[in-house]
Every structure is written in C-alpha cells, then in structure tokens.
Design a protein around this ligand. Structure first.
Ligand code: IPM
Ligand code: MG
Length: 370
C-alpha cells in the first residue's frame, strides 16, 4: 500500500515522541512492504520561530494532500504572556482542525492489564475500563469570539450550531450501537444554554438509535464519576472544552497521560495525535513516553484498514510493558528512555522477535538491561 503521511512534530517533547512514531511507521512499512512517504512540516512555536505563522500555509496545503497526519504537540511557555490577539503556538493545531473540518476527536481509554498498579485508583475500579471520549473539536468556547474590553474585562463566547452537534452526535451514536449501547452526554445543562441545545439534539437523535441507552451527566458530576466508577462509561459525548478536560483526567486514571492515543476525524485528512501536551520542562531529556504516539500510529493503521499491522503494533507495545520496560514515569522494573522505547518496539516489529530473542541483536545497551 502507498500512503502519503504528513509529519508535524511541533514543540516541546512533540519531536521526540513523533520520532518514535516514525520508527514504528518505518518498521511496519518494512515488514509488510508498504510505501509510506513522509512529509515533515512546521507547526506551533517552531513555525513561529522560523519567522512564520503557527500554521504556515505550506503545512496546511501539504496536509490537505496527504492521507494522514501524525502530530506531536504544540505549546511553549515563552508565548504565555503575549499581548492579546498575538500569535500563539496553540493556534497551529486549532487552525489546522478548523480549516480541515476535523470536528470529532476520538479518544479511547482502556486499562492496560500489566499497568493496573500505576493507576491512582484501586485495581478493581479500573480493570475493565473501556470507554471512548467523543470530543467536539471545531466549535464552542475554543472558537467563539474572544477579547478584552476597555474596562479591563475579558470574554470568550461559546456558540454551538445544531449542525455542529448533530454531526458528531451521529458518529458517537453509531459507535455506541456497535458497542455496549450506552451513550453519556456530558454537559452543564443546569447553567449553559449551549448545553441545553446539546441535550435537545441528542434526545432527538436517540429516537433513531433505539438500542442505545442515553444518559446525561453534568461535567462536575461526570468528573467525579470518572474517578469513582470509570467502568460505568461506554461512549462519552461532549463539547470541546469539557472533552479536553475529561481526556486528561482519563489519562491519569489509566496510569499515565503518556499512554493515550487519539484520532481527529471529519471532512479533511485525519489527524493522529497523543493526547498529552508539549511538556516543555522535559525537552531534550529523552524521558517522554512515546507509547501514546505509537498507539496513535496503530489507530492510523486501522484507518488505512491495515488491521494486522495495527494489531502487531498494539501487541508489541503490550509485550514490552508486560516485560516491565517503560519510561521513567511508569516506574516499571526497567527504565528506558523515549528513544530506547521507540528503537525496541520498532525492532520487535521489523524482526518478528519476541523479547527473549531480541537480546542478542539489540546490542549491549538493551542486552544488559533485560
Ligand atoms: C489537546 C490539547 C489542545 C486542546 C491544546 C494544545 C490547544 O490540550 O489536544 O487536548 O486544548 O485541544
Ligand atoms: Mg488537552
């Protein structure tokens, strides 16, 4: 299979984790005889620093011509105190989502059996966690008018059009019908008018999906339930801001935010990204967890309908974690750097090796650690 893939490393640890994702892409291409042509492009602070905009025209144009995008992260504290209205790195990804019509972020949250002990929650509370967050991605307060008034006050307007809600609700309902048949709409309908509109639309759509049971949770209650009983969720449907918050919380209950992949879908080229941030404190230290990015590559393979390739990636990731190997924040038996993790997983993919066989071919560094 031939595919063109846009590679957008971005800022912070983005380039480090994306490099590992690329190793895995290359290993898959090698083992299964695919041709993936990679196009490296600037976005975020690294694009601004080269004298450009957070989303350079060339980046958008090439992304539109590709079959998929692999994205790292954007953000740099250097830009935190810019004057209102000035370019910020985050605009790179926000504009890319909007311009490409990527209105639905899909963030699966599953417990990894060998890592249950990492969760701050009790094992029995998380061992069957398996839900997907459907986060609206191109509307709401992220994109409403924002600004400052002469009196020093500031505002961010939240607007949702019914069609923006319908199109993501339909995708979420379809998925719920294929799974356990439960959809939870998370909102703040006791306070926000936009939330009341979400409820109206979701109630109407529910009549088209009679096998799906719908329930409604306010965001404050949902955030609490996610900690008290995360196994109760199947499909969570929510707006842009609440989805952003719940995704990171979901990352924490599953042990590390560095484990969760995502895909953003809609009208344009699908974008695959880890849900974690740019984590600027760790730049260059080679400690970031590349698993979320590598699992995002597995989601990309699913999207290309390369199901065997996707399951090989997931299998190797699990295998490595089960052997007690992981980046520092996982506190497993053997601590690997970000790049060592990428090398190991890519190697296991290319050479069909199980861990015990790989000892002699990985060289001294790995051999002495395992
Ligand atoms: C995410 C990130 C982004 C968001 C930031 C970088 C703008 O937190 O993808 O979850 O808030 O959407
Ligand atoms: Mg986020």
């Amino acid at each position: 299979m031939e595919k063109k893939i846009a590679i957008l490393p971005g800022d912070g640890v983005g380039p480090e984790v994306v490099e590992q994702g690329v190793k895995v892409l290359e290993a898959i291409a090698d083992r299964f005889h695919h041709q993936f042509t990679l196009h490296y492009l600037d976005i975020g602070a690294s694009a601004i620093e080269k004298g450009g905009l957070p989303l350079p025209a060339k980046t958008l144009e090439v992304c539109q011509r590709c079959d998929a995008i692999l994205f790292g992260a954007v953000g740099d504290p250097k830009y935190d105190h810019r004057t209102p209205g000035a370019d910020r790195p985050e605009q790179g990804i926000l504009q890319l989502r909007k311009k490409m019509g990527l209105f639905s972020s899909i963030r699966p949250v599953r417990a990894i059996p060998s890592l249950l002990h990492l969760s701050p929650l009790k094992k029995e509370k998380i061992k069957n966690v398996d839900f997907i967050i459907y986060r609206e991605l191109t509307g709401g307060v992220y994109y409403g008018e924002k600004g400052r008034n002469a009196d020093g006050s500031a505002y961010d307007v939240t607007i949702y059009h019914p069609r923006e809600i319908e199109r993501i609700a339909r995708i979420a309902f379809k998925q719920a019908a294929k799974r356990k048949g439960k959809l939870t709409l998370v909102d703040k309908a006791n306070v926000l008018e936009t939330s009341r509109l979400w409820r109206e639309i979701v109630c109407k759509m529910a009549t088209l999906f009679p096998t799906v049971k719908v329930d409604f949770l306010h965001i404050d209650h949902a955030a609490m339930q996610m900690v008290l009983d995360p196994q109760e969720f199947d499909i969570i449907l929510t707006d842009n801001l609440f989805g952003d918050i719940l995704s990171d919380e979901a990352g924490a209950i599953s042990g590390s935010v560095g484990l969760l992949p995502s895909v953003s879908l809609g009208d344009g080229t699908p974008l695959f990204e880890p849900i974690h941030s740019s984590y600027p404190q760790a730049i260059g230290e080679d400690v970031a967890n590349p698993i979320a990015t590598i699992l995002s590559v597995a989601m990309m393979m699913d999207h290309f309908q390369l199901y065997e390739e996707a399951s090989v990636i997931r299998y190797k990731v699990r295998h490595v974690l089960e052997k007690g190997i992981g980046t520092a924040e996982l506190h497993l038996d053997t601590e690997y750097s970000c790049s060592q993790m990428g090398d190991l997983i890519a190697h296991l993919i290319t050479d069909h090796y199980e861990m015990h066989q790989s000892i002699s071919v990985m060289g001294e560094r790995v051999a002495t650690i395992i």
